[in-house]
Design a protein around this ligand. Structure first.
Ligand SMILES: NC(=O)c1ccc[n+]([C@@H]2O[C@H](COP(=O)([O-])OP(=O)(O)OC[C@H]3O[C@@H](n4cnc5c(N)ncnc54)[C@H](O)[C@@H]3O)[C@@H](O)[C@H]2O)c1
Length: 271
Protein backbone atom coordinates (compact mmCIF):
# COMPACT_ATOMS: atom_id res chain seq x y z
CA UNK A 1 0.00 0.00 0.00
CA UNK A 2 1.40 3.42 -0.91
CA UNK A 3 -0.50 6.19 0.86
CA UNK A 4 0.26 9.69 -0.36
CA UNK A 5 -1.10 11.15 2.90
CA UNK A 6 2.10 9.97 4.60
CA UNK A 7 4.52 11.60 2.15
CA UNK A 8 6.67 13.95 4.31
CA UNK A 9 4.57 13.23 7.41
CA UNK A 10 6.66 13.45 10.59
CA UNK A 11 6.58 10.20 12.57
CA UNK A 12 8.23 9.45 15.93
CA UNK A 13 8.66 5.89 17.22
CA UNK A 14 9.85 4.87 20.70
CA UNK A 15 11.66 1.59 21.24
CA UNK A 16 12.65 1.70 17.57
CA UNK A 17 16.06 0.09 17.99
CA UNK A 18 14.76 -3.39 17.12
CA UNK A 19 11.73 -5.59 16.65
CA UNK A 20 8.29 -4.12 16.08
CA UNK A 21 9.38 -0.50 16.60
CA UNK A 22 12.06 -0.76 13.95
CA UNK A 23 9.65 -2.45 11.53
CA UNK A 24 7.05 0.29 12.09
CA UNK A 25 9.63 3.04 11.48
CA UNK A 26 10.74 1.27 8.30
CA UNK A 27 7.17 0.89 7.05
CA UNK A 28 6.49 4.62 7.54
CA UNK A 29 9.79 5.44 5.80
CA UNK A 30 8.66 3.37 2.82
CA UNK A 31 5.63 5.70 2.61
CA UNK A 32 7.98 8.71 2.39
CA UNK A 33 7.60 9.86 6.00
CA UNK A 34 10.31 11.69 7.95
CA UNK A 35 11.30 9.87 11.13
CA UNK A 36 12.48 10.53 14.65
CA UNK A 37 13.45 7.16 16.12
CA UNK A 38 14.40 6.62 19.74
CA UNK A 39 15.34 3.83 22.09
CA UNK A 40 16.79 3.46 25.57
CA UNK A 41 19.65 1.88 23.61
CA UNK A 42 20.92 4.96 21.79
CA UNK A 43 23.23 2.97 19.50
CA UNK A 44 20.34 0.79 18.36
CA UNK A 45 18.25 3.90 17.62
CA UNK A 46 21.16 5.30 15.61
CA UNK A 47 21.48 2.05 13.63
CA UNK A 48 17.76 2.20 12.79
CA UNK A 49 18.08 5.82 11.65
CA UNK A 50 21.07 4.92 9.47
CA UNK A 51 19.06 2.12 7.84
CA UNK A 52 16.11 4.49 7.26
CA UNK A 53 18.36 7.03 5.54
CA UNK A 54 19.45 4.26 3.18
CA UNK A 55 15.80 4.18 2.08
CA UNK A 56 16.15 7.83 1.04
CA UNK A 57 14.22 9.50 3.88
CA UNK A 58 15.29 11.91 6.59
CA UNK A 59 15.72 10.26 9.98
CA UNK A 60 16.84 11.55 13.37
CA UNK A 61 17.92 9.30 16.23
CA UNK A 62 18.08 9.91 19.94
CA UNK A 63 18.33 8.01 23.20
CA UNK A 64 15.01 8.16 25.02
CA UNK A 65 14.02 6.37 28.21
CA UNK A 66 10.23 6.56 28.00
CA UNK A 67 10.02 6.71 31.81
CA UNK A 68 11.51 10.21 31.66
CA UNK A 69 9.26 13.21 30.96
CA UNK A 70 12.33 15.17 29.82
CA UNK A 71 13.40 12.46 27.35
CA UNK A 72 9.88 12.33 25.90
CA UNK A 73 9.82 16.12 25.58
CA UNK A 74 13.24 16.00 23.89
CA UNK A 75 11.98 13.54 21.28
CA UNK A 76 9.05 15.77 20.37
CA UNK A 77 11.28 18.87 20.46
CA UNK A 78 13.65 17.17 17.99
CA UNK A 79 10.76 16.52 15.61
CA UNK A 80 9.58 20.12 15.89
CA UNK A 81 13.08 21.59 15.53
CA UNK A 82 14.10 19.42 12.57
CA UNK A 83 10.80 19.03 10.73
CA UNK A 84 8.50 21.72 12.15
CA UNK A 85 5.78 19.40 13.50
CA UNK A 86 4.84 15.89 14.67
CA UNK A 87 2.11 14.06 12.78
CA UNK A 88 2.26 10.53 14.19
CA UNK A 89 3.57 9.36 17.57
CA UNK A 90 4.05 5.60 17.95
CA UNK A 91 4.36 4.63 21.62
CA UNK A 92 5.99 1.25 21.13
CA UNK A 93 8.69 0.80 23.79
CA UNK A 94 7.86 -2.01 26.18
CA UNK A 95 9.28 -4.77 28.35
CA UNK A 96 8.11 -8.20 29.44
CA UNK A 97 8.65 -10.36 32.50
CA UNK A 98 7.81 -14.02 33.14
CA UNK A 99 7.45 -14.74 36.86
CA UNK A 100 4.86 -16.60 38.89
CA UNK A 101 2.15 -14.46 40.50
CA UNK A 102 3.18 -15.56 44.02
CA UNK A 103 6.88 -14.82 43.47
CA UNK A 104 6.35 -11.23 42.35
CA UNK A 105 7.73 -8.44 44.55
CA UNK A 106 6.70 -4.77 44.42
CA UNK A 107 9.81 -3.87 42.40
CA UNK A 108 8.70 -6.25 39.60
CA UNK A 109 5.37 -4.50 39.47
CA UNK A 110 6.92 -1.02 39.51
CA UNK A 111 9.41 -1.83 36.75
CA UNK A 112 6.70 -3.15 34.46
CA UNK A 113 4.29 -0.30 35.06
CA UNK A 114 7.10 2.27 34.81
CA UNK A 115 7.94 1.37 31.22
CA UNK A 116 4.72 -0.06 29.80
CA UNK A 117 2.18 2.28 31.40
CA UNK A 118 3.89 5.45 32.69
CA UNK A 119 6.13 5.38 29.61
CA UNK A 120 3.20 5.26 27.20
CA UNK A 121 1.36 7.93 29.19
CA UNK A 122 4.36 10.30 29.12
CA UNK A 123 5.02 9.73 25.41
CA UNK A 124 1.36 10.46 24.62
CA UNK A 125 1.35 13.58 26.79
CA UNK A 126 4.51 14.98 25.18
CA UNK A 127 3.17 14.27 21.69
CA UNK A 128 -0.22 15.81 22.43
CA UNK A 129 1.39 19.04 23.68
CA UNK A 130 2.87 19.49 20.19
CA UNK A 131 -0.06 18.15 18.18
CA UNK A 132 -2.76 20.22 19.88
CA UNK A 133 -0.85 23.40 19.04
CA UNK A 134 -0.23 22.73 15.35
CA UNK A 135 -2.45 23.07 12.29
CA UNK A 136 -3.54 19.91 10.47
CA UNK A 137 -1.49 19.03 7.39
CA UNK A 138 -4.75 18.92 5.43
CA UNK A 139 -7.70 21.16 6.31
CA UNK A 140 -10.36 19.21 8.19
CA UNK A 141 -8.05 16.29 9.02
CA UNK A 142 -6.81 15.50 12.55
CA UNK A 143 -3.84 17.56 13.74
CA UNK A 144 -2.00 14.45 14.86
CA UNK A 145 -2.30 10.73 15.50
CA UNK A 146 -1.08 8.61 18.38
CA UNK A 147 -0.63 4.84 18.06
CA UNK A 148 0.06 2.74 21.15
CA UNK A 149 1.39 -0.80 21.31
CA UNK A 150 -0.87 -2.80 23.60
CA UNK A 151 -1.18 -6.61 23.26
CA UNK A 152 -3.67 -9.44 23.15
CA UNK A 153 -2.19 -10.09 26.62
CA UNK A 154 -4.24 -7.10 27.75
CA UNK A 155 -7.46 -8.63 26.43
CA UNK A 156 -7.46 -12.28 27.38
CA UNK A 157 -9.14 -13.12 30.67
CA UNK A 158 -7.33 -16.41 30.86
CA UNK A 159 -4.76 -18.06 28.64
CA UNK A 160 -1.92 -20.52 28.97
CA UNK A 161 0.61 -18.17 30.60
CA UNK A 162 -1.67 -15.95 32.69
CA UNK A 163 -0.20 -17.06 36.03
CA UNK A 164 3.29 -16.15 34.85
CA UNK A 165 2.66 -12.77 33.24
CA UNK A 166 0.25 -10.90 35.50
CA UNK A 167 2.04 -7.51 35.52
CA UNK A 168 2.62 -7.55 31.75
CA UNK A 169 -1.02 -8.43 31.10
CA UNK A 170 -2.20 -5.71 33.49
CA UNK A 171 0.13 -3.18 31.87
CA UNK A 172 -1.29 -3.90 28.42
CA UNK A 173 -4.89 -3.70 29.68
CA UNK A 174 -3.89 -0.30 31.08
CA UNK A 175 -2.60 0.76 27.65
CA UNK A 176 -5.99 -0.14 26.12
CA UNK A 177 -7.72 1.96 28.80
CA UNK A 178 -5.27 4.88 28.43
CA UNK A 179 -5.87 4.81 24.68
CA UNK A 180 -9.59 5.30 25.29
CA UNK A 181 -9.08 8.10 27.85
CA UNK A 182 -6.64 9.94 25.60
CA UNK A 183 -8.93 9.52 22.58
CA UNK A 184 -11.75 11.24 24.48
CA UNK A 185 -9.41 13.91 25.87
CA UNK A 186 -7.97 14.89 22.48
CA UNK A 187 -10.97 14.39 20.16
CA UNK A 188 -11.50 15.68 17.55
CA UNK A 189 -8.03 17.19 17.15
CA UNK A 190 -5.84 14.14 17.74
CA UNK A 191 -6.80 10.50 17.18
CA UNK A 192 -5.51 7.82 19.56
CA UNK A 193 -5.62 4.11 18.72
CA UNK A 194 -3.78 0.99 19.83
CA UNK A 195 -2.60 -2.20 18.20
CA UNK A 196 -2.79 -5.53 20.05
CA UNK A 197 -0.26 -7.88 18.46
CA UNK A 198 -0.21 -11.61 19.17
CA UNK A 199 2.88 -13.84 19.17
CA UNK A 200 5.50 -11.86 17.29
CA UNK A 201 8.88 -13.23 16.29
CA UNK A 202 11.14 -10.71 18.09
CA UNK A 203 13.70 -10.65 20.90
CA UNK A 204 10.80 -10.17 23.33
CA UNK A 205 9.38 -13.63 22.57
CA UNK A 206 12.88 -15.15 22.66
CA UNK A 207 13.06 -13.86 26.24
CA UNK A 208 9.58 -15.17 27.09
CA UNK A 209 10.53 -18.60 25.76
CA UNK A 210 13.84 -18.63 27.71
CA UNK A 211 12.13 -17.49 30.91
CA UNK A 212 9.33 -20.03 30.47
CA UNK A 213 11.94 -22.77 30.15
CA UNK A 214 13.54 -21.58 33.39
CA UNK A 215 10.25 -21.21 35.27
CA UNK A 216 8.43 -24.34 34.12
CA UNK A 217 11.14 -26.77 33.04
CA UNK A 218 9.85 -26.68 29.45
CA UNK A 219 12.46 -27.30 26.76
CA UNK A 220 13.85 -24.25 24.99
CA UNK A 221 11.56 -23.43 22.07
CA UNK A 222 8.66 -25.45 23.49
CA UNK A 223 6.54 -22.50 24.71
CA UNK A 224 7.02 -20.71 21.41
CA UNK A 225 6.07 -23.82 19.41
CA UNK A 226 2.97 -24.40 21.56
CA UNK A 227 1.78 -20.84 21.16
CA UNK A 228 2.35 -20.57 17.41
CA UNK A 229 0.67 -23.94 16.82
CA UNK A 230 -2.58 -22.30 18.00
CA UNK A 231 -2.49 -19.43 15.48
CA UNK A 232 -5.27 -19.82 12.88
CA UNK A 233 -3.20 -18.04 10.23
CA UNK A 234 -0.74 -20.93 10.50
CA UNK A 235 2.52 -19.06 10.97
CA UNK A 236 4.26 -16.89 13.57
CA UNK A 237 3.56 -13.18 13.39
CA UNK A 238 6.31 -11.03 11.89
CA UNK A 239 7.00 -7.42 12.96
CA UNK A 240 5.89 -6.34 9.44
CA UNK A 241 2.42 -7.74 10.15
CA UNK A 242 2.10 -5.11 12.89
CA UNK A 243 3.78 -2.36 10.89
CA UNK A 244 1.22 -2.48 8.07
CA UNK A 245 -1.61 -1.76 10.49
CA UNK A 246 0.39 1.04 12.13
CA UNK A 247 0.79 2.66 8.71
CA UNK A 248 -2.95 2.35 8.14
CA UNK A 249 -3.74 3.97 11.52
CA UNK A 250 -1.30 6.80 10.75
CA UNK A 251 -2.74 7.41 7.28
CA UNK A 252 -5.72 9.47 6.14
CA UNK A 253 -7.65 6.20 5.67
CA UNK A 254 -8.02 6.08 9.48
CA UNK A 255 -8.95 9.76 10.01
CA UNK A 256 -12.34 8.81 11.52
CA UNK A 257 -11.00 6.13 13.89
CA UNK A 258 -10.22 6.92 17.50
CA UNK A 259 -10.18 5.07 20.83
CA UNK A 260 -9.89 1.69 19.11
CA UNK A 261 -7.60 -1.19 20.03
CA UNK A 262 -7.09 -3.40 17.00
CA UNK A 263 -6.13 -7.07 17.34
CA UNK A 264 -3.47 -8.07 14.80
CA UNK A 265 -2.75 -11.62 15.85
CA UNK A 266 -3.54 -14.08 13.08
CA UNK A 267 -6.94 -14.92 14.56
CA UNK A 268 -5.78 -16.00 18.03
CA UNK A 269 -8.27 -13.94 20.03
CA UNK A 270 -11.11 -12.59 17.84
CA UNK A 271 -12.56 -10.20 20.40
N1 LIG B 1 6.79 -9.57 20.57
C1 LIG B 1 5.52 -9.81 20.84
O1 LIG B 1 5.06 -10.97 20.71
C2 LIG B 1 4.58 -8.71 21.24
C3 LIG B 1 3.21 -9.02 21.34
C4 LIG B 1 2.32 -8.03 21.74
C5 LIG B 1 2.77 -6.75 22.03
N2 LIG B 1 4.11 -6.47 21.91
C6 LIG B 1 4.52 -5.10 22.26
O2 LIG B 1 5.14 -4.48 21.15
C7 LIG B 1 6.15 -3.58 21.60
C8 LIG B 1 7.47 -3.91 20.93
O3 LIG B 1 7.80 -5.26 21.24
P1 LIG B 1 9.02 -6.06 20.56
O4 LIG B 1 8.58 -7.47 20.45
O5 LIG B 1 9.51 -5.34 19.38
O6 LIG B 1 10.08 -5.97 21.78
P2 LIG B 1 11.67 -5.90 21.77
O7 LIG B 1 12.08 -6.29 23.14
O8 LIG B 1 12.23 -6.63 20.61
O9 LIG B 1 11.94 -4.33 21.55
C9 LIG B 1 11.58 -3.39 22.51
C10 LIG B 1 12.44 -2.15 22.36
O10 LIG B 1 12.05 -1.22 23.41
C11 LIG B 1 13.24 -0.70 23.97
N3 LIG B 1 12.98 -0.26 25.35
C12 LIG B 1 12.85 -1.02 26.46
N4 LIG B 1 12.68 -0.25 27.54
C13 LIG B 1 12.71 1.04 27.10
C14 LIG B 1 12.58 2.29 27.75
N5 LIG B 1 12.44 2.40 29.08
N6 LIG B 1 12.63 3.41 26.99
C15 LIG B 1 12.81 3.33 25.65
N7 LIG B 1 12.96 2.17 25.00
C16 LIG B 1 12.90 1.03 25.71
C17 LIG B 1 14.26 -1.83 23.89
O11 LIG B 1 15.60 -1.34 24.01
C18 LIG B 1 13.93 -2.44 22.55
O12 LIG B 1 14.68 -1.84 21.50
C19 LIG B 1 6.18 -3.70 23.12
O13 LIG B 1 5.39 -2.69 23.69
C20 LIG B 1 5.56 -5.06 23.35
O14 LIG B 1 5.00 -5.19 24.65
C21 LIG B 1 5.01 -7.41 21.53
Amino acid sequence: MQDSSLQDAVVAVTGAGQGIGRAIATAFARQGARLVVSDINGDAAQATADALRELGVQAEALRVDVRSPDDNAAQVARAAAKFGRLDVMVCNAGIVQVKHFMDLVPADWDTMMGVNVTGVFLSMQAAARQMLGQAPRVAGAPQGKIINLASIAGRMGAGPIAALMAPYRASKAAVISLTQSAAITFAPKVTVNAICPGIVDTAMWEKIDRDMAEQTGAALGQSWQQRIAAIPMGRPQEPQDVAGVAVFLGSSAADYMTGQSINVEGGLVMS
